[in-house]
Ligand binder design. Structure first.
Ligand SMILES: Nc1ncnc2c1ncn2[C@@H]1O[C@H](COP(=O)(O)OP(=O)(O)O)[C@@H](O)[C@H]1O
Ligand SMILES: Cc1ncc(COP(=O)(O)O)c(N)n1
Length: 303
């Protein structure tokens, strides 16, 4: 596999970036296992490998899951999570940490404390609450710690629309348009992250001009300190498919991978959006329900 993504454009006004010279930057993902292989830790590791970064893991829970939904969740103890974090961080270290399914407040608290104690530089928080079949992947008491302990130390938080509504304590159908998404993303910034990427996969889609086709639009906003004063719209053609298991995990871990390579948050988000779009376009329809992304879609043909 060649190093780096074939499409190297940055979206932040074409700004040139100084990329890290380390050929194998490190990403640590703290997330749940998806036995179906499409989301969670499995999606994160596949994404890291495809993007040429070294992926490491701390498991929070094992899920029995497939294309039809989540059959069972087996949480790991807080001690098991903390010990994995210490093992990895105190020896190998991480350039970027990404969180996914954290399940409960006791785990969120230990993750936040361990990362803060070690002064991790960059943190991508995917506030995973639901699987694609609607199964809850969190305990309700977790929302408060997510907001008070993790979001304030996040470089970027990447909610989908239902997650944004939960975090903002809004009724589920409050966010219906791109304008609503921009307002909600700005409200989420007040919880303390440097950037918010509000993902629009759950919106019906907006028409892109004369073609009449619709787009999948994500909204990126930054805190005043980030230097991003206007919102950015990350737009891709909406692919007509039901096989979207793992889209959010893949997008967030691709952002982590591009950050680890030294890209800015806006550039990493733009490149990650293109990576996930390619993976959705080649999604694998295994199972009778919602199939998973094909993470190798962006590979160049090997003769
Ligand atoms: N059918 C689709 N076609 C193209 N992009 C999509 C499609 N569905 C989701 N996306 C994109 O996938 C990413 C994940 O979004 P979303 O599905 O909203 O998150 P989640 O997986 O957390 O529910 C976003 O970049 C979103 O725009
Ligand atoms: C263990 C685990 N983590 C996260 C998700 C969310 O997946 P998606 O990326 O489709 O939102 C999932 N279904 N299972």
């Amino acid at each position: 596999m060649s190093g780096g993504h074939p499409d190297g454009r940055a979206i932040a006004g074409g700004r040139q970036q100084r990329l890290r010279s380390d050929p194998h930057p490190r990403v640590l993902t703290i997330a749940g296992s998806d036995s179906g292989g499409g989301a969670g830790i499995q999606a994160d590791l596949k994404t890291c490998q495809e993007l040429g970064v070294f992926g490491m893991t701390a498991l929070t829970a094992v899920t029995a899951q497939n294309s039809l939904g989540v059959q069972a969740i087996f949480p790991l103890s807080v001690e098991a999570v903390e010990t994995q974090l210490i093992s990895v961080l105190d020896d190998m270290g991480a350039d970027v940490v990404k969180t996914g399914m954290l399940l409960e407040s006791a785990i969120i608290r230990i993750v936040a404390k361990t990362l803060e104690d070690r002064g991790i530089a960059q943190l991508v928080v995917d506030p995973v609450l639901y699987a694609k079949d609607g199964s809850a992947l969190f305990r309700r008491e977790a929302i408060e710690s997510l907001k008070s302990e993790l979001l304030p130390i996040a470089s970027i938080v990447t909610p989908n629309i239902p997650e944004a509504c939960e975090l903002l304590e809004l009724p589920a159908d409050t966010i219906r348009t791109t304008a609503d998404m921009i307002d909600a993303a700005r409200s989420l910034l007040l919880l303390g992250p440097q950037y918010v990427l509000l993902k629009g996969g759950h919106l019906p889609g907006e028409s892109s001009g004369s073609s009449g086709s619709s787009d999948a639009i994500d909204v990126l906003v930054g805190s005043p300190a980030s230097g991003l004063h206007e919102h950015l719209l990350l737009r891709s053609p909406r692919i007509i498919t039901r096989h979207t298991h793992g889209t959010g995990c893949t997008l967030a871990s691709a952002i982590a991978a591009f950050l680890a390579q030294g890209h800015t948050v806006p550039a990493a988000a733009g490149k990650a959006k293109r990576f996930v779009t390619a993976a959705i376009a080649e999604a694998v329809p295994h199972g009778r329900g919602i199939g998973s992304l094909w993470h190798a879609a962006q590979r160049q043909m090997i003769e």
